[in-house]
Write a protein that binds this ligand. Structure first.
Ligand code: PMP
Length: 360
């Protein structure tokens, strides 16, 4: 068996020990005689798995007691609708910070449910930076302020949580959750699809402050009303049981590595290695402003796009896969989520240097 270094933006590489444990437990989970996939979600075995997933996640992120952690379905894009349905709370509009593709999708979807105020946009920069905080035209009466913490496609990330005063801050953390410590109490709501730093696609995580729950628009599907989900401990409908099981293993793996702070140290080292090399040469170019470069999704271009195909082919041959940039941006993108080891980035940089020597 040969495993590649997988730089996919998502679904993405998972920690190898997690996959090994899942493989070992596939036919018989801890003497139950069943695969986790075959268990009733209301049976004691699975209830235990779900409770452990919840508890470990809360510990990793130090989730305050007045926040619910919900395991939902529908992914980040469904949350773009579910958030305004639940969070408008009788108010006319919400504020959005436009930082790229994912923020734009959130903006477009929210318009179907209420007013949208684009308080700042980085469009003029070609989405290569976060709009400076002092340019944001926030509405003090907004229901919430929506940000995308890390733009997976553009490779732009907030270096820290912006201060938006008393209006609840909502963050799409699909591609940065658990990659660095965050102070949950600074947010009204955090959501994330699982398929980058948490586990398999199909699970969506929502962390929401309790007082913001219970005000959903009447048209909200019951399964997407945070109150219904919270009141039923995320078991109103059948949850994505296997994805929750893998997430529980990933959370335990993160804890064993030293928690989210240890993940951040590793992620910083990986990002510095790659950006450091990109900055040392004119053969490649990193387009994003230095102070908001993503640690999770490193976007870069070859100086000559005519070499792109050869670069990708050679990378594949070196076991370095999924480096092609998103079609909206072009060029290359290396996603360096928690499960990407430092050796993967070292191998990538070594290949990039070799490619530069041959073609520079
Ligand atoms: N938001 C962000 C930041 C993303 O990266 C993605 C997926 N790449 C989404 C939302 C959409 O998630 P999903 O495909 O799970 O709906």
């Amino acid at each position: 068996m040969t495993r590649v270094h997988n730089f996919s933006a998502g679904p993405a590489a998972l920690p190898e020990p997690v996959l090994q444990q899942a493989a070992a437990e596939m036919l018989d989970w801890q003497g139950s005689g069943m695969s986790v996939m075959e268990m009733s979600h209301r049976g004691k075995e699975f209830m235990g798995i779900a409770a452990e997933a919840q508890a470990t996640l809360r510990e990793l992120m130090a989730v305050p007691a007045n926040y619910k952690t919900l395991f939902m379905q529908g992914g980040g894009l469904a949350e773009n609708a579910i958030v305004p349905m639940n969070m408008l709370r009788g108010k006319a509009s919400a504020d959005f910070i436009d930082t790229g593709e994912w923020a734009r999708k959130s903006i477009a979807e929210a318009r179907r449910y209420g007013g949208v105020n684009v308080a700042a946009s980085a469009q003029d920069s070609g989405y290569t930076r976060i709009p400076p905080r002092d340019t944001w035209q926030l509405d003090p009466h907004a229901a919430y302020v929506h940000i995308c913490s890390n733009e997976t496609i553009g490779g732009v990330e907030y270096p820290s949580t912006p201060d938006v005063g008393n209006v609840p801050l909502v963050a799409d953390m699909s591609s940065s959750i658990l990659s660095r410590p965050v102070d949950v109490s600074q947010y009204g709501l955090i959501f994330a699809g699982a398929q980058k730093n948490i586990g398999p696609a199909g699970l969506t995580l929502v962390i929401v402050r309790e007082d913001l729950i219970g005000h959903a628009l009447p048209c909200t599907p019951s399964a997407f009303d945070y109150k219904t989900v919270a009141d039923n401990d995320s078991m109103y409908n059948t949850p994505p049981t296997y994805a929750i099981y893998i997430a529980a293993l990933v959370f335990k793996w993160i804890k064993a590595q030293g928690g989210v702070a240890a993940m951040e140290a590793l992620n910083r080292a990986k990002a510095e290695l790659l950006y450091g090399y990109l900055d040392s040469t004119t053969f490649y170019r990193a387009p994003v402003a230095r102070d908001c470069r993503s640690r999770m999704n490193v976007t870069f271009f070859l100086h000559d796009a005519a070499l792109d195909a050869a670069f990708l082919k050679g990378a594949d041959e070196h076991g370095l896969v999924q480096l092609k940039g998103h079609r909206v941006v072009g060029g290359m993108r290396a996603s360096l989520y928690n499960a990407m080891p430092l050796q993967g980035v070292q191998a990538l940089v070594a290949y990039m240097k070799e490619f530069e020597r041959r073609h520079g």
